[in-house]
Design a protein around this ligand. Structure first.
Ligand SMILES: [Zn+2]
Ligand SMILES: [Zn+2]
Length: 388
């Protein structure tokens, strides 16, 4: 695997860090052990400043280069998922119901590896801000860090992040300018009728047909309302009503789902259609509808200039034939989106070979690619802010 030589030398140490993190998964903003471990490593490495307690368990470490210059931001996420691990590796999660199933243990390790190299070599101008964030999987830790002012406080001028990619050849890099990952919105519609005895349905207002009609109507948002050349997902993923007894007409029913797109106008369109479908069905079936429509992460939109730059740096590390700079966007979402709304930058995928997919209970980060990611992050800094 082509990587920076010095980083290859501490590959085994990176695997050790990664496997410790893997054994000790924590969720969302609640990362006391993880944050303490990362902070300890950063002190050992000898970063110049360490600012802890941002977005509760997030932190920013500063490494000074040679002379004045801008500050470049590099970001890793640190949180795990609420899942029981079945990977069978000997460093499996020691906490039932929690596991690093998205490889954020690997991302944290890549950024620690880059930190170690950058502290040793300091072959760049200005500064690097190493951003370790909590709550990528849920809670929007990236958004909270931006809201708590990291971009202004540390004077960050551009920002980069990586995600491992199962199914992409090990060590290959893929990215694209423009929208790379989708926005995510969730909706819940609660229909309230009048419960009663199922044998005397005429004395009730049954909320179940309304739920079925509404779920059916949702299918027309993509097939009838959307501009067909724009990607959009509207998935109904929940219909709930009734209980143990089959002779009761329930009082309420609930339909829920998720919406993905790359386009703010489409988000507006879907919310409008969900609200009007729910209201129309409620009117038609003579019951009430309450709509809860929550906008979560926006689309992750790469900036063209920074993406081309990052792809060229990746080509330098892994070879031009192993870099795809026009990869097809994915409908998953990513809260690095908030950092890219705040500053120009790019998000990249690093292939980790034929492994179980992210969020699968048998998933495990491929330690082989940690030095690739670390080399890429470090070289981004050296190329963005070269010493004269
Ligand atoms: Zn994930
Ligand atoms: Zn992830």
């Amino acid at each position: 695997m082509p990587v920076l030589n010095r980083i290859a030398e501490f590959g085994p140490q990176m695997a050790e860090w990664r496997q410790w993190l893997h054994r000790n998964p924590e969720l969302s903003f609640d990362l006391p052990k993880t944050a303490a471990y990362v902070a300890e490593r950063l002190r050992e490495i000898g970063v110049d400043e360490l600012h802890e307690g941002i977005a509760r368990t997030g932190m920013v470490a500063i490494v000074n280069g040679q002379g004045d210059g801008p500050t470049i931001g590099l970001r890793a996420d640190m949180d795990a998922l609420p899942l029981d691990e079945i990977s069978g590796v000997d460093y499996s999660s020691e906490t039932p119901g929690k596991m690093h199933a998205c490889g954020h243990d690997g991302h944290t390790t890549m950024l620690l590896g880059a930190a170690k190299y950058l502290v040793e070599t300091r072959n760049f101008k200005g500064r690097v801000a190493l951003i370790f964030q909590p709550a990528e999987e849920s809670g929007g830790g990236g958004e909270v860090m931006v809201r708590e002012g990291i971009m202004d406080k540390f004077d960050i001028s551009q920002v980069y992040g990586l995600h491992n990619a199962p199914g992409f050849e090990t060590g290959n890099v893929a990215t694209a300018p423009g929208p790379l990952m989708a926005s995510v919105d969730d909706f819940r519609v609660i229909f309230t009728g009048l419960g009663g005895h199922a044998a005397m349905h005429h004395e009730s207002v049954d909320p179940i047909p309304a739920a079925a009609t509404f779920a059916d109507g949702c299918q027309t948002i993509v097939s009838r309302n959307r501009d067909p050349i724009k990607p959009l997902v509207v998935s109904v993923t929940r219909i709930m009503s009734g209980g143990a007894a089959l002779n009761i007409i329930p009082q309420t029913s609930e339909v829920g789902g998720t919406v993905r797109s790359f386009d703010g106008d489409l988000r507006d369109l879907v919310e409008k259609r969900i609200r009007s479908l729910a209201a129309g069905v409620a009117e038609a079936y003579d019951l009430r509808a309450e709509v809860i429509y929550e906008r979560s992460y926006p689309a992750t939109v790469n900036h063209a200039k920074e993406t081309a730059f990052a792809a060229s740096v990746a080509a330098e590390i892994v070879g031009e034939d192993r870099v795809d700079d026009a990869v097809t966007p994915v409908m998953g979402s990513e809260d690095f989106a908030y950092m890219l709304e705040a500053r120009p930058g790019a998000y990249l995928f690093v292939g980790q070979g034929d492994t179980p997919m992210c969020h699968h209970p048998a998933y495990d980060f491929n330690d082989e690619i940690a030095p690739v990611g670390a080399s890429l992050l470090a070289r981004l800094v050296e190329r963005a802010q070269p010493v004269d």
